[in-house]
Design a binder for this molecule. Structure first.
Ligand code: PCA
Length: 324
């Protein structure tokens, strides 16, 4: 009983695999990175790494391991010899077509792996804010037709969608591959993004900042009015409702200012920011205790990412002033 209880309460490990050198290569960056990460802790999970042989045994290693082990997340690493950027492989193709034999001499040509069709990685890269990630990774639909593709395919055949798993192809040269892999694992383990609308209420070339009241979470910090999307709402509908609830103002929405993803630790928020224009109502504050019309980004103490948003809005308004 006690053993079971303990097991249940222990955080599952994260699996990282790399590959041995193959073909003309004498080193494989993916093996080095996997070894560097072994034993590190991330979000309370310990990384367990393995270096796979570049052959059938390597391709099925993880799938076999899954018969007896459970992982919080799985990331397979490999070398992409012809790529200049790291590649986040989101698809495993149901095909093998080896240009050169693998390290055991196996040479598969134009053969499906299962015949069941392509499989997809179980991650949500749209929640990852990829543009801000280390060493500029790109999303790829093509993991090749060699061992990397085969390995991803065989693992995806085995797992369900609750285990985040994908293949990260690393280029020959990269500044901080270890940093990128850690960042990917962090993205895989963090909570899913919550969609939140934030309104840039604009009047006479200025935008409205509102200070959170003493009774509210993050009291004293300034933010854009807004809140979580309710079931079935789009950004615009969310903002019209939230601004009426928070400020008793009627607004219509204008152009989109952009999207920002922000990790608060316990929640990850995707902020959808839109211009809003007041059409009616008299301002009355419900969750804020003060408002201020701003022109620049540094006139109040912004909460979290709202400073970046304020900077984007001021830049847009400045541009608008120059052209009118
Ligand atoms: N890269 C090869 C197999 C092993 C590796 O590191 C590939 O891209 O398939």
């Amino acid at each position: 009983m006690e053993v079971l209880f303990l097991k249940h309460n222990m955080a599952k490990p994260v699996l990282v695999t790399g590959f041995e050198p193959f073909g003309k290569h004498t080193v494989n960056i993916s093996a080095e990175v996997a070894k560097d990460l072994d034993g590190l802790e991330i979000r309370g999970h310990t990384i367990q790494s393995h270096v796979l042989s570049v052959d059938y045994d390597g391709a099925v290693f993880t799938s076999n391991l899954l018969n007896e082990s459970n992982f919080a997340a799985i990331i397979h690493l490999g070398l992409a010899e012809n790529s200049s950027n790291p590649r986040i492989e989101i698809r495993a193709k149901d095909i093998l077509d080896f240009r050169i034999p693998d390290n055991s001499g196996r040479h598969v040509r134009n053969t499906p792996i299962s015949g069941a069709g392509d499989l997809f990685s179980t991650i949500k890269p749209e929640d990852w804010d990829i543009d801000t990630m280390i060493d500029s990774p790109v999303i790829s639909q093509d993991a090749g037709e060699y061992l990397c593709n085969e390995t991803l395919y065989r693992t995806l055949l085995k797992i369900d969608e609750n285990t985040p798993c994908f293949f990260l192809h690393l280029p020959l040269q990269q500044k901080d591959a270890v940093g990128l892999v850690l960042q990917c694992i962090d993205r895989m383990l963090r909570p899913p993004c919550i969609d939140v609308g934030a309104g840039a209420i604009i009047l006479d070339g200025k935008f409205l900042a509102a200070r959170r009241a003493p009774s509210e979470k993050h009291a004293g910090w300034w933010e854009f009015p807004g809140g979580k999307f309710e079931e079935g709402e789009n950004v615009s509908q969310c903002l019209v409702r939230e601004i009426s609830e928070e400020l008793e103002l009627d607004v219509i929405t204008g152009e989109s200012i952009g999207e920002w993803i922000f990790d608060h630790g316990d929640v990850v928020v995707r902020l959808h920011v839109m211009e809003c224009f007041v059409t009616g109502g008299t301002m009355k504050l419900h969750v804020h205790d003060k408002v201020q019309w701003c022109e620049g980004p540094d006139e109040v103490d912004w909460l979290g990412p709202d400073r970046d948003i304020a900077a984007a809005i001021s830049a847009k308004l400045r541009l608008h002033r120059q052209h009118s």
